[in-house]
Ligand binder design. Structure first.
Ligand code: GLC
Ligand code: CA
Length: 563
């Protein structure tokens, strides 16, 4: 059944709230997506990962689901959704939905039932425990929520606590209960019957908790991880859902795999494992973000070592390639000088630096036009993570506010969630009404319309690059060799299949760099295929002078460039 179509896919991630608003209420919606399907087709992507559109009270913008089988009315109806997927399929674009099943919303019917009494049939769908201490007024263990504070909430009705690794409106499901696993399989099959091509499984590495829920090693921010990240039954549970649902259709299942490093990836994504097809790893994100929170300076050799690790996985493992998504800051700001003089070259160089690798590349909405982080005042942040951090610090450690502001300016999830910049006009072509979140004031320069009309834009570069990757066997199947791994400015690797191959050289620094490439077999005489500046020599010699943020691809083993 499995054609593994995703090996030839380029994904585009849509965060529906911020993509396109069709009815002027300031919130992106499904009809908005429908109106942009031709845009996606023209960009050349052939798959979409759609962040959640299910019914949700939006405590975490849809990552708290109250009905897995229906659409949030803010986004439209199931009929709109059906029109959307039909429109995608007509254009050769597959649809991968978000599957958020580590937890539900506290407004899900299962949880309403579960909290109502200790003998309710749904009680065991969630993780309930008595508290510690006199009168059970202390939480059952010391685990913390990923959104700050304790991971337990006391519930008056039955006098017990429930576990929530995210907000208290996101109670964790009890995966040790076979009924819960059956529900998850049923949800998947429901959407497969409606034509969905796969799932991106939200925080899937958290689903199995250690027996007895023991205390974690002391850690004020992230406590308990060692007892639920890749927990004791994770493989068993994934195999079960795979058997009951994922393997029954021609799907792609990619897991958001927090804590999964390239050394343990084969256990999760090896094709013989029948678990996940691929993993969205955080290993790269953790290079310049300690505990997923504190920004630290990018160490390029470390960054390259992580990429090289994932590129060196066994043949039967498949990587997910990405720099951005709805939880990460904008890559142009993160890895470079952001809204600076070389934004155009930087955006293109970054694209080359991951598109030429083995795996499935993902482009997050706005990345293709080089959208940047936004400067926000304290009260302009809307995401639960930033607002919780600010509230907590203002209340308990006010002197730390400048540090919190500095960290959020670099890392808040809000940066990725500002509305898509379609046009230079009020509302950015995103909405005719008042946008749910502030639009980046740089929309005058950075918007789709402007980029479309400029042949040298980042957008047109992405189009070229996506086209170039399509059906390219060297990029899909070729070997990977890294060069100059300790070089602090340049990422250089060779992809090769038979006698043909590509040399990719990317300068991550905003300054000129000279690199002697005569140690790379095939380098001398290789022909230029693509570059982030238009000034590079058509034929590679023994050394190369790279301009600031210059990225280039040279091809060897053929007569002329690009043939
Ligand atoms: C994932 C999502 C994130 C969400 C969290 C809880 O990390 O990507 O947006 O807040 O899971 O569902
Ligand atoms: Ca709307």
């Amino acid at each position: 059944m499995k054609t593994r179509w995703y090996k030839d896919a380029v994904f585009y991630q849509i965060y529906p709230r911020s993509f396109c608003d069709s009815n002027g209420d300031g919130i992106g919606d499904i009809r908005g997506i429908i109106s942009k399907l031709d845009y996606l087709k023209e960009l050349g992507v052939n798959a979409v990962w759609l962040s959640p559109v299910y019914k949700s009270p939006n405590d975490d913008n849809g990552y708290d689901i109250s009905d897995y089988r229906d659409i949030n009315p803010e986004f439209g109806t199931l009929d709109d959704w059906k029109e959307m997927i039909a429109g995608m399929h007509e254009r050769g674009i597959r649809l991968v939905m978000d599957l958020v099943v580590n937890h539900t919303s506290d407004e899900h019917e299962w949880f309403r039932q579960s909290r109502s009494s200790k003998d309710n049939p749904y009680r065991d769908y969630y993780i309930w425990r008595k508290g510690r201490g006199k009168n059970g007024k202390k939480p059952p263990n010391n685990w913390t929520s990923r959104f700050t504070g304790k991971a337990w909430e006391y519930d008056e009705t039955t006098g017990e606590w429930y576990l929530h690794l995210f907000s208290k409106k996101q109670p964790d499901l009890n995966w040790d209960n076979p009924k819960v696993r059956q529900e998850v399989a049923d949800i998947c099959n429901y959407w497969f019957e409606l034509g969905v091509d796969g799932f991106r499984c939200d925080v899937i590495t958290y689903i199995s908790k250690a027996e007895g829920l023991p205390n974690g090693k002391f850690n004020p921010i992230m406590c308990g991880d060692e007892h639920f990240v890749l927990g004791p039954h994770i493989h068993e549970y994934l195999k079960e859902i795979n058997e009951k649902a994922w393997s029954r259709y021609d799907t792609m299942i990619v897991g958001e795999a927090i804590g999964c490093k390239y050394v343990n990836a084969p256990e999760l994504i090896g094709e013989d494992r029948n678990e996940l097809d691929s993993a969205i790893t955080f290993e790269l994100m953790d290079v310049d973000m300690k505990m997923s929170f504190f920004p630290v300076k990018l160490n390029l050799p470390k960054f390259k070592a992580v990429q090289t690790g994932w590129q060196s996985l066994p043949e039967n493992c498949w990587s997910t390639l990405y720099y951005e998504n709805h939880d990460q800051p904008r890559s142009i700001t993160r890895y470079g000088n952001g809204y600076g003089y070389y934004r155009n070259q930087l955006g293109k160089m970054l694209a080359l630096s991951y598109f030429m690798l083995r795996g499935t590349p993902y482009v997050y909405q706005g990345q293709e036009i080089g959208m940047t982080n936004i400067a926000l005042k304290d009260d302009e942040y809307v995401d639960i993570m930033a607002t919780r951090v600010f509230t907590l610090i203002k209340k308990f450690f006010p002197p730390l506010m400048p540090i919190a502001r500095w960290a959020m300016a670099k890392r808040a999830r809000d940066h990725a969630r500002t509305p898509m910049q379609w046009e230079n006009k009020t509302g950015a072509g995103f909405t005719d009404g008042t946008p749910w979140m502030k639009i980046n004031p740089n929309l005058g320069e950075i918007n789709v319309k402007t980029e479309q009309s400029n042949p040298n834009s980042i957008l047109n570069f992405y189009k070229k690059l996506i086209e170039f990757r399509k059906g390219n066997e060297i990029i899909r199947d070729g070997s990977y060799t890294e060069y100059f791994n300790s070089n602090k400015s340049v990422y250089c690797f060779v992809r090769q299949l038979g006698s043909r191959g590509y040399i990719t050289i990317c300068n991550f620094k905003e300054k000129k760099v000279v690199l002697n490439v005569d140690t790379i077999p095939g380098a001398r005489g290789a022909g230029l295929v693509m570059g982030s500046w238009d000034t590079q020599d058509a034929v590679l010699g023994d050394s190369i002078l790279l301009k600031p943020y210059e990225g280039v691809v040279y091809e060897f083993g053929c007569d002329t460039a690009g043939n």
